[in-house]
Design a binder for this molecule. Structure first.
Ligand code: NAG
Ligand code: NAG
Ligand code: NAG
Ligand code: NAG
Ligand code: NAG
Ligand code: NAG
Ligand code: NAG
Ligand code: NAG
Ligand code: NAG
Ligand code: NAG
Ligand code: NAG
Ligand code: NAG
Length: 565
């Protein structure tokens, strides 16, 4: 993202058990002391912190100190999606990034002798063109004396000594992919070694029926191979294999393996994936303000960025993934992969605008985000763990924040919404009963009269409970040349909106205030969404999302809305 930026790495987590917040806090403090400009944190708390507000947890508080020191902090949203309020990155001074697809795909497929083609995954070469190879299931290639009494996981091909090389040699070996692979008890690498020891022409992994709808990362394979991730396709494949077996009438022993197939290579990328699309695992808002049911008036996540199937540098000595041992690059998926993209772009913004505050950098990224996928349709969000592509609908701000990062536009934002450490401090003091914990974490006392809720100058408007009418103000600062802006908006369902002024002429460096009046026209709706856009005469487009949940005026219940968004 940011060539020639310097990278400082702090170890706070361990392979076997993760880590402790205290270590993460120490790492953040050390990085701040070392003078870094940006912190990229693919780490979140693993549960909602107890207490009066989620913001008061050690990691968020350490990051507040980092922001006070002028550092931009990016945090992964967490891979706990897709249900609402599954986000584990809470605070307004943190820039929270969710994961979306990009369009690069590695599609691999197997062509069966019955002319059925099944798609799968595997960064693997294909078998020889125009040649069909005999398929042999591991369980049908056992040595004399081996049975599943010796090894009940024999079908996972983890030990070549179980098998008869004469049966496997030159053929495609069929192995089963079970949950044991997910847990690291069996590995693709080991199965490939088995296939190599037996001189197989390639390997086909079918999905054990107990692994449902599991999405696999493409795994590098040094020989022809494919994993069939769909349980339905796996069934189809096994039916073909089984129905092609010829058995001796009397002994029932297999006398001929009739099934044949060829594997088409999966090493070459194509760019046919629909993208960007919010991945099912990407954690969702609304941002939980506390460990009960209340929502914060803060938008989370802030943005989505490429996070699925990301090629990244990898230590060949690293022991964290057996499949990638010895490799210099690995392909990984998760919000952990999305956050560093944004950290890199923040470095570019910082390079262009050295005196931007942390919130100004975040504002530049947010107001310029894209709302459309590469085909011009709305960005979609997957909403289920199983068959995610048939459970999707247009992404809302609680799925994608402001949208999908646009690096080019973020480097020329036109206007920014700025917010200082003092603003965050006042925001925290405005939380009922917070003065003691604020003092404990910051060493500063809240002003005695500071119990009013502070509406931060964020590049978003989020109202967790709209009761009647609310007036919100935002101030924009021009970081480009003199420009005039026209203001437009679309109202959330059940809400009428008025923004003033509707035109503004703003000179370079100047700050102007926008007043937004938000009136409920209905009682009790689920979350609804709108946008405010500022369209500049020099081409800048500055856009912010609005998310509103309406509450009936005499409602005493504490649950959110009447349904999900
Ligand atoms: C598969 O398709 C080819 C050509 O498309 C055809 O010649 C062949 O007979 C088909 N085989 C089967 C089993 O359908
Ligand atoms: C297994 O036993 C069969 C006869 O039962 C024999 O023909 C075959 O060679 C044996 N295979 C091995 C690998 O020992
Ligand atoms: C492959 O063969 C080598 C050499 O005989 C052996 O050490 C290794 O364990 C075998 N690998 C597997 C997965 O069976
Ligand atoms: C395999 O095919 C035979 C008949 O061809 C059938 O009796 C058997 O149930 C099939 N087994 C599986 C697991 O599909
Ligand atoms: C940033 O620096 C530029 C000049 O380098 C100055 O014009 C501008 O006012 C500064 N902005 C802020 C927010 O301090
Ligand atoms: C990103 O921003 C640039 C510059 O404003 C614009 O030309 C481009 O169309 C945007 N890309 C997307 C995908 O929105
Ligand atoms: C603040 O909290 C206290 C005790 O929890 C409660 O009595 C009081 O009504 C709250 N004040 C506001 C403004 O919500
Ligand atoms: C603040 O710190 C003191 C002393 O360490 C402790 O006794 C108290 O419980 C803390 N208060 C809060 C609200 O965290
Ligand atoms: C919102 O409500 C206030 C008072 O109820 C009213 O004065 C104002 O015109 C309304 N604004 C909109 C945009 O509906
Ligand atoms: C920008 O606007 C300011 C204030 O209106 C004016 O003084 C200045 O000359 C303008 N700059 C340019 C480049 O037009
Ligand atoms: C909402 O409900 C309250 C109380 O039931 C009622 O007074 C008010 O008119 C309703 N508002 C709208 C916009 O329907
Ligand atoms: C909503 O506003 C009305 C009138 O201002 C007030 O009486 C009521 O208590 C409020 N309801 C909630 C849940 O805050």
């Amino acid at each position: 993202m940011a060539p020639r930026s310097h990278i400082a790495i702090y170890k706070a987590l361990y392979k076997s058990f993760g880590g402790f917040a205290a270590d993460v806090v120490a790492a953040i403090d050390q990085a701040a002391q070392d003078g870094v400009d940006i912190i990229s944190l693919s780490v979140t708390p693993n549960r909602r912190p107890p207490g009066i507000a989620t913001f008061f947890n050690p990691i968020d508080m350490a990051l507040l100190s980092a922001v006070k020191a002028g550092i931009f902090v990016v945090q992964a949203a967490g891979n706990t999606g897709p249900s609402p309020k599954s986000i584990f990155s809470f605070s307004p001074w943190i820039y929270t990034v969710g994961a979306a697809t990009h369009d690069r795909a590695y599609s691999n497929c197997i062509v069966l002798g019955n002319n059925i083609t099944i798609s799968g995954v595997g960064l693997a070469p294909g078998t020889n063109k125009d040649t069909m190879y005999t398929l042999v299931a591991a369980v049908h290639a056992l040595n004399n004396g081996t049975s599943d009494a010796n090894d009940m996981y024999i079908s996972e091909c983890q030990d070549s000594s179980n098998f008869d090389q004469n049966i496997v040699k030159g053929n495609l070996l069929i192995c089963s992919y079970s949950v044991r692979f997910v847990l690291g008890l069996s590995t693709i690498k080991q199965a490939l070694e088995t296939a190599k020891n037996l001189s197989a022409a390639g390997v086909v992994f079918y999905m054990d029926p107990f692994v449902i709808g599991f999405q696999l990362n493409p795994v590098p394979m040094r020989m022809p191979g494919i994993i069939i991730p769909s349980p339905d396709d796996s069934k189809l494949f096994l039916q073909y294999y089984n129905s092609s077996l010829e058995r001796d009438e009397q002994t029932k022993k297999i006398v001929n393996f009739g099934a044949v197939a060829s594997i088409l290579g999966g090493i070459k990328a194509n760019y046919g994936n629909s993208a960007p699309k919010v991945m099912y695992y990407s954690a969702r808002g609304p941002d939980p303000e506390d460990s009960f049911l209340d929502d914060a008036n803060i938008l989370k996540p802030n943005l989505v960025a490429p996070g699925n199937f990301i090629w990244a540098a990898w230590s060949s000595g690293g022991m964290d993934s057996i499949e990638f041992q010895g490799e210099n690059f690995a392909m990984m998926s998760g919000t952990s992969m999305a956050a560093p993209h944004v950290a890199g772009l923040a470095a570019l913004i910082k390079q262009k605008y050295p005196n931007f505050s942390s919130s100004a950098i975040g504002s530049a990224l947010s107001t310029t985000a894209s709302l459309y996928d590469k085909n011009g349709g709305p960005i979609m969000a997957q909403r289920a763990y199983t068959n995610p592509d048939s459970n999707q609908s247009p992404a809302t701000p609680f799925d994608m924040g402001s949208g999908f990062v646009n690096a080019t536009a973020a480097l020329d934002p036109g206007l920014i919404f700025d917010c200082s450490y003092d603003d965050y401090f006042s925001f925290l003091c405005g939380i009922n009963g917070s003065s003691a914990v604020v003092f404990n974490y910051t060493g500063q006392s809240c002003a005695p009269s500071s119990s009013d809720r502070v509406d931060l100058n964020l590049p978003s408007i989020t109202i967790a409970k709209l009761n009647g009418s609310r007036t919100v103000q935002r101030s924009v600062t021009n970081v480009a040349g003199n420009e005039t802006y026209r203001v437009g908006w679309s109202s959330p369902y059940g809400v009428s909106l008025m923004v003033t002024p509707t035109h503004l002429s703003i000179s370079s460096g100047e700050t102007q205030v926008l007043t937004v009046v938000i009136n409920a026209t209905m009682n009790n709706t689920a979350a609804s969404y709108g946008r405010i856009g500022l369209f500049g005469s020099n081409g800048h487009v500055v856009s912010i999302p609005l998310s509103v949940i309406l509450k009936i005026s005499n409602d005493i219940s504490t649950s959110i809305g009447t349904g999900s968004h």
